[in-house]
Design a protein around this ligand. Structure first.
Ligand code: GTP
Ligand code: MG
Length: 279
């Protein structure tokens, strides 16, 4: 029996309410997705939360997926959304495009104000998404220094925080937002595999077993190379048990942690866990 993933801690409930308030002030939204799972990291409630505001989809962690998969997703998402930017917040790739988007929003907002005889004001951009997808890292890149806390675990940003890049641009960093209920458990498992939920929200052995099942058809050679035995006869559970017995003194949890850590850090090479639906 697998336990369903369900996790909605108090600080996220609070952040969600505050974000709803702050979004009223915002001109532009950077909706950050995890490029390994561009489908599952689209928040079911964001369409409503963002409303009519201009939204740019940001496919972050571009370095962790093969270029072809990234291009396919970019093209597919452009059928649904007006703007998609791929980024790597660690190297800074794609940051210039996000700055340009903010600058053109500044021009638009203030052209309108000027026509109404109002003084110019800074354009406000909110950076939102699931936990740990790289929102704060992107902000630090955009500002050009470490302005907000960013680290390799979900739930680092606890409060909404405005940061000014220049006279013209203000950015809102926000805590990662989870849905109140995970209606789509397949999506929840992928989010857990990618570390975009918070480890208190799921059973690590179950999630690692599913990670193996998803990875096996995609990268059988990489799994064999990394763990030095043929993975093909195994299911996730069987593989974890085997790996635990041979490498981790029969501690399945350790085997599970290692697989997830290897995947999350890119030690298994670039992997796209989802492909866009054929059109
Ligand atoms: N490989 C890779 N790692 C990234 C990228 N962007 C961010 N990271 C790493 O992902 C981790 C999470 O980054 P954060 O900026 O804290 O993510 P966040 O969305 O602000 O997370 P919360 O505040 O917890 O919701 C950090 O260890 C970053 O260094 C990227 O493009 N590629
Ligand atoms: Mg953050």
């Amino acid at each position: 029996m697998t336990t369903p993933i369900q996790w909605f801690p108090g600080h996220i409930a609070r952040a969600r309410r505050q974000l709803q308030e702050q979004l009223k002030l915002v001109d532009l939204v950077f909706n950050v997705l995890d490029a390994r799972i561009p489908q599952s990291s689209q928040h079911p409630d964001f369409a409503q939360l963002i409303g009519e505001r201009e939204r740019i989809l940001v496919l972050n962690r571009a370095d962790l997926v093969p270029v072809r998969a990234l291009k396919a997703w970019e093209a597919a998402l452009l059928h649904q959304y007006p703007a998609v930017v791929t980024t790597n917040a660690q190297s800074g790739a794609g940051i210039r495009e996000l700055l340009k988007a903010s600058q053109s929003a500044y021009q638009r907002v203030n052209e309108r104000r000027r026509r109404r005889g109002m003084l110019p004001r800074a354009v406000r951009t909110a950076v939102i998404g699931f936990p740990n997808v790289g929102k704060s890292a992107l902000i630090n890149r955009l500002v050009g220094k470490r302005a907000v806390r960013s680290a390799a675990q979900p739930g680092v940003t606890r409060q909404l925080q405005w940061v000014r890049i220049a006279e013209e641009i203000e950015l809102l960093d926000s805590p990662g937002i989870l849905p109140i209920k995970f209606a789509d458990q397949e999506a929840a498992i992928k989010l857990a595999i990618c570390d975009d939920i918070g480890s208190l929200g799921y059973n690590i052995e179950q999630v690692a077993a599913r990670a193996f099942d998803l990875l096996l058809p995609l990268i059988p050679e990489r799994l064999e190379e990394r763990y030095h035995f043929d993975p093909t006869p195994f299911t996730g559970e069987g593989w974890l048990a085997h790996q635990a017995q041979h490498r981790h003194h029969s501690l399945t949890q350790k085997a599970a942690e290692q697989l997830l850590q290897d995947f999350r850090r890119g030690h298994l090479g670039p992997v796209a866990l989802e492909a866009p639906a054929p059109t």
